[in-house]
Design a protein around this ligand. Sequence first.
Ligand code: FES
Ligand code: FES
Length: 140
Amino acid sequence: NNLDTLYRQVIMDHYKNPRNKGHIDENSVIIDMNNPTCGDRIHLTMKVEDGKVVDAKFDGEGCSISMASASMMTQAIIGKDAETAVKLSHIFSDMIQGKEYDEDEDLGDIEALQGVSKFPARIKCATLAWKAMEKGLDSK
Ligand code: FES
Ligand code: FES
């Protein structure tokens, strides 16, 4: 239907024109993570100041879902405090597994990935970047 088409366009846009691609050099949290089943990997750098994610960039290789999700994740967390970023990750995790999720929070482009819940094999693709983000913020 139209919503699926729109969501597909949003995913492809993030894949082809990734937001926040790159690497933060100064003073950042660095996390490398990979998806053991396919070898896809993400390199995430985040700058956290006073408990707030002031910048985030990613690099890596992966399928369209994993890279689009990484792009959306950085877009969603920049400017948020770490607690909110982790909360978004939990909402995303619920959504992607087809569970009830908190729709009060503004998810922006992230919602375009909700169709992934119908393809359980791809859930790991979509959550890779988010797991990396949570791990990085945990270490702070
Ligand atoms: Fe590896 Fe999607 S196929 S992350
Ligand atoms: Fe198989 Fe990503 S690991 S689709």
